[in-house]
Design a protein around this ligand. Structure first.
Ligand SMILES: [Zn+2]
Length: 95
């Protein structure tokens, strides 16, 4: 099951598969910004990351609307095609 995340550090919206099959077991995998150029790569635990479907993100987005609007971007590398279509309509930078 994929979940949408936002990295406030580089402005990337990406989709992360929370559960991965490992042999017979299903493991829950924590999300981390997948952008190799993101500053958070150096110390991921020092940076915030939001699951977009949470209240935490809703409040954050409300308070930081302009910042998010100026930084928001995504890429077919990090998000499914149907999400990219929606992002495009919402004025995201797509790379
Ligand atoms: Zn990032």
């Amino acid at each position: 099951m994929k979940r949408e995340y936002y990295c406030p550090c580089c402005g990337l919206f990406f989709w992360h598969n929370q559960y991965q099959q490992n042999g017979e077991r299903i493991e829950c995998v924590g999300a981390q910004c997948p952008n190799p150029e993101c500053e958070s790569q150096e110390a991921p635990s020092d940076y915030m990351l939001f699951a977009v479907d949470t209240f935490g993100f809703a409040y954050f987005a409300e308070a930081n609307k302009e910042d998010i609007d100026s930084k928001k971007w995504s890429s077919p590398k990090y998000a499914p095609e149907n999400a990219i279509e929606i992002y495009r309509k919402q004025g995201f930078k797509i790379v």
